[in-house]
Design a protein around this ligand. Structure first.
Ligand SMILES: C[C@@]1(CC(=O)O)C2=NC(=C\c3[nH]c(c(CCC(=O)O)c3CC(=O)O)Cc3[nH]c(c(CC(=O)O)c3CCC(=O)O)/C=C3\N/C(=C\2)[C@@H](CCC(=O)O)[C@]3(C)CC(=O)O)/[C@H]1CCC(=O)O
Ligand SMILES: NC(=O)c1ccc[n+]([C@@H]2O[C@H](COP(=O)([O-])OP(=O)(O)OC[C@H]3O[C@@H](n4cnc5c(N)ncnc54)[C@H](O)[C@@H]3O)[C@@H](O)[C@H]2O)c1
Length: 217
C-alpha cells in the first residue's frame, strides 16, 4: 500500500468522533493536541471524555450516531464497538468527501493513525501501512528513548533565530549553509548567544548592504 504522509492543520476544524470508550479516548486526545474542534457522539462515555466535555474542551452528545452528525465535518473517526455503526460512519463520510478512520478496520479508513514521537514542535510519525502496528509502537519507543528530552525548547529557539536569519539574508546558498550550521548548535534567547552572533556576522559579511554594522551591533 502506498500512503501519502502529510502533517495536517486541524486548528478549529470540526471533527467528529463516534464512540467514547478507551479506544476513542486516544483519538480524541490526538485531535485535541491538534486544536481541532471536536464533537463526540456516543451512547456512553468514559470518565475522561465526560470530564473533557465538562471542561468545554469537546462537545459531547450521549446518543446513537446518526448520518446527519457528519454534516459540515472536516474529518471523522469511527471508534465505536459496533462494526455496523463504524461502517455507517465510513459510508456517510465517503458520500460527503470527509476523511475518515474506522479504528482498527483498514478497509474502512481513508487514513491511518501513526505512532508518534513528540518533542514540542518536532513530531516523528511512524506508519507500517498497517503491516505491523506492533512494530510501529516498538520503533516509537526506541526513538523516544534515543532522542534527547529537551529538543522542544531548543527547536523553538532555533526557529526564532531562523526567522531572524530570513530577515537578514535573501534566499541562496550562503543562507542555506548558515541554517545547516545553526541547526547543529546550541541556541539560547540571549542577544549574546554565540549562534546569534554567528548569524549576524554572516549576514554582515555576505549582505553588508542589507546589514550595515551599526544596525546589527
Ligand atoms: C500506530 C497505532 C496508532 C493508534 O492507534 O493511534 C495504530 N495501532 C496501534 C497499536 C496496535 N494496534 C493493534 C495492536 C496489537 C498488535 C498488532 O496487531 O500488531 C497494537 C499494538 C498494541 O496495542 O500493543 C491492533 C490492530 N491495529 C489495526 C488492526 C486491524 C488490522 O490489522 O486489520 C489491528 C488488529 C485488531 C484485531 O485483531 O482485532 C489497524 C491499524 N492500527 C493502526 C494504528 C493503523 C496502522 C498503523 C500503521 O500504519 O502501521 C491501522 C491500520 C488503522 C488505524 O486504526 O488507524 C497504535 C500504536 C500507538 C503507539 O505508538 O502507542
Ligand atoms: N479496548 C481495546 O484494547 C481494543 C483494542 C483493539 C481494538 N479495539 C476495538 O476498538 C473498538 C472500541 O473499543 P473500546 O474499548 O473503546 O470500546 P468501549 O466499549 O469502551 O466503547 C465503545 C463506545 O462505542 C459507543 N457506541 C456504541 N454504539 C454506538 C452508537 N450506535 N452510536 C454512538 N456510539 C456508540 C459506546 O457508547 C462507547 O462509547 C471496538 O471495536 C474494539 O473491538 C479495542
Amino acid at each position: 500500500m502506498s500512503l501519502f504522509p502529510i502533517f495536517l492543520k486541524l486548528t478549529n476544524r470540526p471533527c467528529l468522533v463516534v464512540g467514547a470508550g478507551s479506544i476513542a479516548e486516544g483519538k480524541i486526545q490526538s485531535l485535541l493536541d491538534a486544536e481541532a474542534q471536536i464533537t463526540v457522539i456516543a451512547t456512553r462515555a468514559s470518565a475522561k471524555v465526560q470530564q473533557q466535555a465538562e471542561a468545554g474542551e469537546i462537545t459531547l452528545h450521549l446518543r446513537e450516531f446518526q448520518d446527519s452528525d457528519l454534516d459540515d465535518m472536516y474529518l471523522a473517526v469511527a471508534g465505536s464497538d459496533v462494526p455496523e455503526v463504524n461502517r455507517a460512519v465510513f459510508a456517510g463520510a465517503q458520500s460527503r468527501d470527509i476523511l475518515v478512520n474506522a479504528v482498527d478496520d483498514p478497509p474502512y479508513c481513508d487514513f491511518f493513525f501513526p505512532s508518534i514521537v513528540r518533542r514540542g514542535d518536532l513530531q516523528i510519525a511512524i506508519s507500517t501501512a498497517g503491516e505491523s502496528p506492533a512494530y510501529a509502537m516498538q520503533l516509537r519507543k526506541a526513538l523516544n528513548e534515543a532522542l534527547p528530552h529537551d529538543i522542544g525548547p531548543w527547536l523553538e529557539e532555533l526557529g526564532r533565530l531562523r526567522r531572524e536569519v530570513l530577515q537578514m539574508e535573501p534566499l541562496g546558498e550562503p543562507r542555506k549553509q548558515l541554517l545547516h550550521q545553526l541547526a547543529q548548535r546550541e541556541v539560547c534567547g540571549a542577544e549574546a548567544c554565540p549562534s546569534r552572533q554567528i548569524a549576524k556576522r554572516h549576514a554582515r559579511e555576505h549582505y553588508p548592504e542589507r546589514n550595515p554594522a551599526e544596525v546589527s551591533r
